[in-house]
Ligand binder design. Sequence first.
Ligand code: ATP
Ligand code: LTN
Length: 336
Amino acid sequence: MSENTAAERKTALSGIQPSGNLTLGNYLGALSNFSDFTNEYNCFYCVVDLHSITVRQVPAELRRRTYEVLALYIACGLDPEKCTLFVQSHVHEHAELSWMLSCFTMFGELSRMTQFKDKSAKHADNINAGLFTYPVLMAADILLYQADVIPIGQDQKQHLELARDIAERFNGVFSPTFTVPEPYIPKVGANIMSLAEPTKKMSKSDTNENAVIRILDDRDTVIRKFRRAVTDSDTSVRYADGKDGIKNLMTIYSCFTGKDYAEIEREFEGKGYGDFKTAVGEVTADGLAPVQKRFSEFMADKAYLETVMRDGAEKASRTARKTVSKVKRKLGFVTL
Ligand code: ATP
Ligand code: LTN
């Protein structure tokens, strides 16, 4: 992508929750694409800690993971000099705009969100109001910065559509106030599946460790988990219906090697699943190794991470403040 001057630039924004150890799904569906925008866009990448408390968190772990997600952002090539990296709770306008937007969001709309339905089934003892209004907070994250493009995995598409609807509704009632955002969903890798149940998305919070590759898993663990991945009773590496496990492994292989499915089929013709699984494990471990190395370096320097957080919060607040004042004016709040 070519470099644009600051004034011509569009804005890209995304967020990841510090709610567990990040997975290969988070990496391929979202994180690894974030740096594609840094030359051409004005970028905001946020550690969305407010979102993560919709599910109970252990405070000390939440604190550590917040540093970890930030360190991973930088390890994945996001340069704090070139983009704004920040922690959501450091910019109070997220919570403030979220309230105002909740008055432009319908109960019925939120009831249709599949993530709400899934998470309330999973956490039946804690179906709190935050879990229900979560997509409004996500809309606030996006609309605060007038973001044009939102890099996300497939599972977030419905939330993004709601953010668009909220923006259009507000713009329609008042005058154009918010940029209506577009999703950026990668062609390959937007929906990485569980290694144990390949019809289910790979999820950070899966309790079966063999189902998930963590970005920070060491080489042997990565290869061992892939070797155990559930496939099918056929023997040929083909991208075909009914072969969900193999399709998922081919997708992962494609993401790391850049090869398309036809090339992968030719490469593994006449070879068994065992060889293929090992190869997927090796390219994944090779792809993650440099990220892991840089991650450890940044995690060893908390003071640096805190400087990044502080600078990021300051930069983010400048934009966020402008949007909130505009919204308050339009709503008719008295400004002093
Ligand atoms: P949880 O499983 O606890 O709900 P999550 O793994 O979905 O969490 P988030 O932090 O909410 O995690 O997601 C961060 C980004 O990663 C989002 O853009 C999301 O779409 C993407 N993502 C999550 N899981 C996958 C997956 N299996 N495949 C591709 N992208 C994914
Ligand atoms: N809801 C997202 C995380 C998220 C996000 C955002 C993504 C919160 N705010 C803003 C993109 C833009 C999730 O659950 N994965």
